[in-house]
Write a protein that binds this ligand. Structure first.
Ligand SMILES: CC(C)(COP(=O)(O)OP(=O)(O)OC[C@H]1O[C@@H](n2cnc3c(N)ncnc32)[C@H](O)[C@@H]1OP(=O)(O)O)[C@@H](O)C(=O)NCCC(=O)NCCSC(=O)C[C@H](O)C(=O)O
Ligand SMILES: [Mg+2]
Length: 289
């Protein structure tokens, strides 16, 4: 994602599209993006009604500046084709597809979206949550320009690896890093997985900090109470903004030198690039109001 078109995705809230109350409540939640879910959070007998509600919500224009996406049921399920056709017509900001496993599947999804008349602004977000997807992440990331984000599904990943959810996430760190590498190599956004214990604020905030330090653009969430923590964690702190400004000033004051120092630390042009990125993110967040 280039800095000039930067759209903050600090807090990306899932909600079951079968829950009309949650769909209504979302209009006043300060998240950057919504994922209106048709997959795991919706029972089989509620899938069709949920699809109608999600598409009506996405087409309503009532979610303000929030990026609105719909998560379809996976490729090969009995609901997938109808989900994709309806979502293409509703034209949300993105369709989120779970368990994408190969570049060929991305091509298949993009063809199907185009045949179903999806507008150009409806992007594809691929969920990376299976071993095969982790191992093929770079080719998936590069498969289409319509693919603009990876969303990590840590619940499915832990299940598929026969791993365990533990503080610090050691069992899945190699997978998370692999997905980050692929996303950065392809220039797409990458969102961290959810934190399941909605009452464990300390654990949630620690995982947000870890995700930010690793390089994620934001975190997927399951409860409105998680939004504020993610918004803070994935925005540059006041200190980071002040440091970025100071570093750029020091660089400009030393114009022509290949290297200067700021607060005793070496500064080269690559650090200036990072500082400019920090300021671009800060400005994009400030512009949200
Ligand atoms: C996790 C929950 C089931 C908890 O629900 P509940 O106990 O009802 O929460 P609260 O009573 O604290 O709710 C307070 C009010 O907030 C509204 N609410 C709750 N969650 C949401 C939400 N996600 N979006 C919008 N609004 C929400 C409630 O309606 C209450 O409102 P009010 O009555 O007016 O006070 C629940 O939070 C929930 O269902 N969360 C989302 C679950 C979900 O979408 N899961 C699927 C995605 S996770 C996943 O599958 C990731 C991936 O695939 C992987 O593999 O990891
Ligand atoms: Mg999943």
């Amino acid at each position: 994602m280039s800095e000039s078109t930067f759209t903050p995705l600090r807090s990306v809230l899932y909600m079951p599209s079968s829950n009309e109350r949650a769909l209504e409540k979302a209009k006043s939640i300060a998240c950057d993006a919504l994922i209106l879910d048709l997959e795991d959070a919706v029972a089989p007998d509620a899938k069709e009604a949920a699809r109608e509600s999600a598409c009506a919500a996405a087409a309503s224009g009532e979610y303000g500046r929030r990026t609105v996406t719909i998560r379809a049921n996976g490729i090969g399920t009995q609901w997938h084709d109808a989900d994709l056709a309806a979502i293409a017509q509703a034209g949300p900001d993105a369709i989120v597809v779970p368990k994408v496993g190969s570049a060929a599947e991305v091509h298949q999804l993009v063809d199907a979206l185009e045949k179903a008349g999806a507008p150009d602004h409806t992007k594809l977000w691929a969920m990376i949550e299976t071993p095969v997807a982790i191992l093929d992440a770079l080719s998936i990331a590069r498969a289409s320009e319509r693919l603009t984000a990876f969303v990590i599904g840590t619940n499915d990943l832990v299940k598929e690896l026969y791993a365990e959810h533990v503080p610090g996430r050691a069992p899945i760190l190699p997978s998370l890093h692999t997905v980050l590498l692929a996303a950065r190599a392809a220039g797409i956004a990458v969102l961290d997985g959810v934190y399941n214990d909605v009452k464990d604020t300390d654990g949630f905030l620690a995982e947000c900090r870890q995700g930010r330090e690793m390089g994620f653009d934001g975190k997927t969430l399951i409860h409105p109470g998680q939004v504020e923590g993610a918004n803070t964690a994935f925005a540059p702190s006041e200190q980071a903004v002040e440091d970025a400004r100071g570093l750029i000033q020091a660089w400009e004051d030393g114009a022509g030198s290949g290297v200067v120092t700021y607060n005793g630390r070496m500064v080269e042009n690559l650090h200036v690039d990072s500082a400019r990125r920090t300021l671009a993110i800060h400005e994009a967040v400030q512009a949200l109001g």
